[in-house]
Design a binder for this molecule. Structure first.
Ligand code: NDP
Length: 283
């Protein structure tokens, strides 16, 4: 029977450590770090994510500034807001909650964020830093959290075969690069992959970031694999679930993350870690 990786507990331990570091920052620099969070529109899932991020700021000692904009605002208004926050010395990190309503050019907005304040790590500069192993960059939060969850099992990734399902710029690609940094042999699968199961069955570490409930069934998982489920979906009863058939895969995996309570809390903990890194670079 596999062990459940308690993302909530691991994230909470991270936040406790970060809280001390934020307190030290506040004493030595004379102010708390500040994170600006921008949300456009009324998407209920985004509203929950934003609320959780703001709560995390309060818990660790970061000042948060929330900008909740109606989806009727112009792209230019959003661009001007990002530029203003870029130039505001008191703001250390800027986060634009995605997805933006379809009328907005999200790529252009992300490009506008000063890479030094891009705590989500989505900008070309920060993704480039990851590619080039430049540790000064701000790396994407979810992939950072995934790596910490894997390391929490005591596993050395060197020489392990890691299979990532999903190739988004926010999760799949950056986590694949991080797994490579940890000396895993990495395979990336996506919607055009033929015979997905033939790849997932070879995985010592399986990271699934697709957004389709029960995509990964027990027969697709190798005995003893570490399974990290990034997906956030709703099941038939409206309950949150991941991309992995958790109940069926649990007996086969050595370790597995639950949804909720796995990757989600770690993403927020890593956002706080990135905010600290950005703040240290802004003194
Ligand atoms: P995207 O929609 O951007 O990417 C999904 C990826 O899955 C794409 O690369 C797509 O391939 C691939 N894919 C789609 N269908 C299949 C299939 N049948 N077989 C194999 N691959 C497939 O999603 P994200 O990466 O942004 O997010 C993935 C999931 O993770 C979502 O459920 C999201 O809500 C969740 N998430 C959770 C976070 C957390 O903190 N817990 C944070 C971020 C995301 P292709 O490129 O070919 O289209």
């Amino acid at each position: 029977m596999g062990k459940i990786i308690d993302g909530k507990a691991i994230a909470s331990a991270w936040q406790e450590k970060l809280k001390e570091q934020f307190a030290y920052f506040a004493i030595t620099v004379g102010r708390k770090p500040k994170l600006a969070v921008i949300m456009v529109g009324e998407d209920p899932a985004s509203a929950i994510y934003v609320r959780n991020k703001i709560r995390a700021c309060e818990a660790v000692g970061v000042t948060s500034e929330a900008y909740k904009l109606a989806d009727s605002v112009e792209q230019s208004y959003l661009e001007d807001l990002v530029k203003k926050l870029n130039n505001d010395r008191a703001v250390d990190g800027i986060l634009v909650q995605l997805p933006l309503p379809p009328a907005f050019n999200a790529k252009k907005i992300i490009t506008l964020i000063d890479p030094k304040k891009d705590v989500d790590g989505f900008s070309a500069k920060n993704l480039g830093s990851l590619l080039l192993d430049d540790k000064k960059g701000l790396y994407s939060c979810t992939p950072l959290g995934i790596i910490q969850l894997i390391l929490s099992t005591g596993t050395d990734l060197t020489g392990k075969h890691a299979v990532v399902v999903g190739r988004s710029n926010e999760v799949g690609k950056p986590v694949a690069l991080m797994l490579l940094q940890h000396n895993a042999t990495v395979t990336i699968c996506h919607s055009k992959t033929k015979d997905l199961a033939s790849f997932t069955r070879e995985a010592d570490v399986l990271v699934v970031a697709v957004g389709q409930k029960k995509l990964i069934t027990a027969d697709m998982v190798k005995e003893g694999a570490i399974v990290i489920d990034v997906g956030i979906n709703r099941d038939e009863n409206g309950k949150l679930c991941g991309d992995v058939d958790f109940e069926a895969v649990l007996p086969k995996a050595s370790f597995i993350t639950p949804v909720p309570g796995g990757v989600g809390p770690m993403t927020i903990a890593m956002l706080m870690a990135n905010t600290l890194k950005a703040a240290k670079g802004n003194v």
